[in-house]
Design a protein around this ligand. Structure first.
Ligand SMILES: Cc1ncc(COP(=O)(O)O)c(C=O)c1O
Length: 391
């Protein structure tokens, strides 16, 4: 009997996880599992990465946490690192503790910088556990259903000759909050033409482009950031999850122009662990490991092996409806009945065989977001187990 509140809708599949290293976790009985979900898509460079552990230990021994009236050089260094990854010269950054918080901070700053009431976002996006982005009040958000646009044959930019586009209240839209690959369990990637058209319309009207890179950032999709697949240039970017490799650090970053818009006004947001040196040290080390070990380039090789293997399983079994993948962010849509029974069975069977994959409640999609460090042998053993589990 647990005294914890549990994650809504999620089954408890493995009791008493006691240890993790690289792409493996072990339970108390010594059974090993290959973690193809990186926890909740966080352990980007593998559990217990030795360089990150060393950074935690060294920074922790110096100073883990400071306070509202003090500065630390390492926090400045982490902020500079994030801004430099984004090409935000002369911009600003704040370190926070979760993806939800980074998105919320970005949205607050955006709303301080625009004079229109609505932010546009995709109807199926996820932005976090709390804050205005999770409430999605119609007085603050316009939700755009892009699914029909995926079938659109048009090649030129979207405009008001399209009734879906014309239905958007553009005169009230002050910005666009974009998740470059919907992670609401289903792994869908909105079409480039639509995203560029929205980015263009927002920019023309003096609005802001916010990218939620909490899941898609830090190499998950084969580039440092998911928006880089779209040829767009955001003004505000939220990162989380993978940037801490399991340690709770996140960041909201702002291009130089945002500072000008704020014109010296303070952002009224402060919490105890904002700009903590320990989180800063973790962030810096994670970015260095990814860069120095060429993990994004490497992940693309693994990604094609994974996609190729999944395609073959689809052909052989006929039990996969669609595979959606960008880099190491993969959704496998199972050909299933409305009760998702095959997906549930496959998920449980994979766990029994020692493979952890993601499954959101009430969906027929299995999700893979393995650490960028996953080996070809681990991918191959997963593919073999998956084909058996599907059967
Ligand atoms: C796209 C996206 N944004 C924001 C969040 C919220 O991040 P966190 O759970 O770290 O608060 C998540 C979490 O899954 C996410 O997938």
């Amino acid at each position: 009997m647990s005294c914890l509140f549990w994650y809504p809708g999620h089954e408890l599949l493995v009791e008493d996880i006691v240890r993790a290293e690289g792409c493996s976790v072990w339970d108390a009985r010594g059974k090993r599992y290959v973690d193809l979900e990186s926890g909740v898509w966080c352990a980007s460079i593998g559990h217990g990465n030795p360089r990150v552990l060393r950074a935690i230990s060294e920074q922790g021994a110096q100073i883990a946490h400071a306070g509202f009236n003090y500065s630390c050089a390492i926090v400045e260094e982490a902020a500079r690192e994030v801004l430099s990854l984004l090409g935000f010269d002369g911009g600003r950054c704040v370190l926070l503790c979760s993806g939800s918080e980074a998105v919320e901070y970005g949205v607050r700053v955006a709303r301080m910088s625009i004079d229109r009431s609505l932010l546009l976002t995709m109807a199926d996006s996820y932005f976090g556990a709390y804050g205005s982005a999770s409430r999605r009040d119609a007085s603050e958000w316009f939700l755009f259903d892009w699914f029909p646009c995926a079938e659109c044959a048009r090649t030129e930019e979207c405009d008001s000759s399209c009734e879906r586009w014309a239905a958007v209240p553009w005169d009230r839209i002050g910005g666009f909050l974009f998740e470059p690959g919907s992670s609401s369990g289903l792994v869908r990637f909105p079409p480039e033409r639509l995203i560029r058209s929205i980015a263009h319309a927002v920019e023309e009207s003096g609005g802001l482009f916010l990218a939620n890179e909490v899941t898609t950032g830090i190499g998950r999709t084969g580039k440092w950031f998911g928006f880089q697949h779209y040829g767009v240039h955001p003004d505000i970017v939220a990162v989380g999850k993978g940037i801490g490799n399991g340690y709770p650090v996140s960041a909201a970053a702002f291009a130089r122009g945002i500072g000008k818009r704020l014109a010296g006004r303070e952002v009224k947001y402060a919490q105890s662990h904002q700009n903590d040196p320990l989180g800063a040290a973790v962030l810096i080390e994670v970015v260095r490991v990814i860069r120095e070990e060429g993990l994004i380039e490497r992940s693309m090789e693994i990604s094609s092996a994974l996609a190729g293997g999944l395609d073959k399983i689809r052909e052989r079994t006929g039990r996969i409806r669609e595979i959606r993948a960008r880099g190491l962010m993969v959704g496998i849509e199972i050909d299933d009945d409305p009760d998702n029974s095959r997906t549930i069975r496959t998920h449980r069977e994979l766990v029994r065989r020692g493979f952890l994959v993601g499954k959101r409640p009430n969906t027929n999609v299995l999700r893979l977001d393995p650490p960028l460090t996953i080996s070809r042998a681990e991918i191959d053993s997963f593919l073999a187990a998956f084909e058996k589990a599907l059967g």
